[in-house]
Design a protein around this ligand. Structure first.
Ligand code: UD1
Length: 341
């Protein structure tokens, strides 16, 4: 493949770049080197276009000679501050739109999406079956009631695994802009006869994970705390569930999906998770143990925009494309601790 990789200098992008080169593909990277993510501007190098995805001239230049596009460039993070709402829409929605408009005869697109498009994960009530709880109320969180109750009877719910056909319910600006990108790409595919695969990433971690930026995921935050000799602080009661997927497994999913595009229907969505459900408390404990640091403290703090449980079934990606994550959580967290990034 001759690939344009947008966001190729970022955390996931760097690993995808390595994987593409290892597989023998030709790669052009387009990256804006956002100052809130990258401390320094890069040296000039062949195969790198420094430019903003919203600038059609930069995008067109980067697309020269390309047959497949992997679109990772985005403003990531929590998406809960209203101050950032226009930046999310501009970077993610408008950025995707400019890219789509510039694609010309290119028909193959991988789009980086997120599990956040589902909102809260899957829940079942003993009496009401599968239900969709609304956003958690501040007064419940204040009182330490972290589990969302059944919206019909208030009973406790059983969390489960989300599949790709679950209802989409983005609950913050980041999630809304990511889902908007999926919709725009699907519209492009219908209009042009192109094919797009949207990869809904779970909590990605591993070497090169951003730290001390607004984009730092919890595993990087815990690692930084341990390195400073501080106690990792686990929010809520630590029993919120996630699926942590290693960045090299994610990179493999990206390149596999890109290579499969010519055989795909106009729009496909795949969840990308390790398949192992874990809690934030367990991740903190495992990192502290592996580092030999102090035991984490469960603080009861909360972030209003957080969902309680979100865990995915990634069977579609495994069954259809033969993807197989290589890292279990323990090995992956050791890798995170011992990496330089
Ligand atoms: C993460 C990503 C999001 C991605 C999503 C996909 C980040 C910042 N967010 O969201 O972009 O779309 O996965 O599933 O990478 N927590 C603590 N202590 C802390 C910080 C956080 O206990 O010091 C808790 C949070 O309250 C939350 C959990 O850790 O319950 C995970 O937080 P975070 O790493 O920010 O990830 P997500 O919100 O799941």
């Amino acid at each position: 493949m001759r690939v344009l990789l947008t966001g190729g200098a970022g955390f996931i992008g760097t690993h995808v770049h390595d994987q593409l080169l290892a597989e023998g593909h030709e790669v052009t990277v387009l990256d804006s080197f956002r100052p809130d993510v990258h401390a320094a501007r890069p040296a000039r190098s062949p195969g790198l276009v420094v430019g903003d995805i919203r600038r059609a001239d930069a995008v067109t230049r980067a697309l020269d000679g390309v047959d497949t596009v992997i679109h990772l460039a985005a403003k990531v993070g929590l998406g809960v501050h209203l101050d950032d709402i226009d930046d999310y829409v501009s970077s993610n929605s408008l950025g995707t739109a400019v890219l789509l408009k510039s694609l010309g005869n290119i028909r193959n697109l991988v789009y980086a999406s997120s599990m956040v498009v589902y909102g809260e994960g899957r829940y079942d009530c003993d009496d009401h079956g599968q239900v969709a709880p609304g956003p958690r109320r501040t007064e419940d969180l204040e009182q330490g009631r972290f589990e969302p109750p059944c919206p019909h009877c208030g009973a406790p719910l059983r969390p489960g695994l989300v599949t790709e056909d679950a209802a989409l319910d983005p609950r913050n600006a980041y999630a809304a802009s990511k889902l908007n990108g999926e919709h725009l790409a699907a519209a492009w595919a219908r209009e042009t006869g192109g094919r797009v695969t949207a990869l809904r990433f779970h909590n990605v971690y591993g070497p090169g994970m951003p730290r001390n930026t607004p984009y730092a995921g919890v595993a990087a935050i815990f690692r930084s705390a341990l390195e400073r000799g501080e106690i990792p602080r686990v929010f809520e009661d630590g029993r919120q569930r996630r699926d942590f997927v290693h960045v090299r497994d994610v990179a493999a999913a990206v390149t596999l999906s890109a290579a499969a595009l010519p055989r795909q229907p106009p729009f496909t969505a795949y969840n990308v998770g390790s398949g192992t459900v874990t809690t934030i408390g367990e991740v903190a404990a495992e990192l502290a143990r592996a580092y030999g640091g102090p035991r984490p403290v469960v603080t009861g703090e909360y972030r209003l925009g957080d969902v309680r449980h979100i865990t995915a079934a990634s069977d579609r990606l495994k069954n259809e494309l033969g993807w197989k994550p290589a890292y279990d959580l323990q090995t992956g967290l050791e890798d995170l601790l011992h990496s330089a990034g």
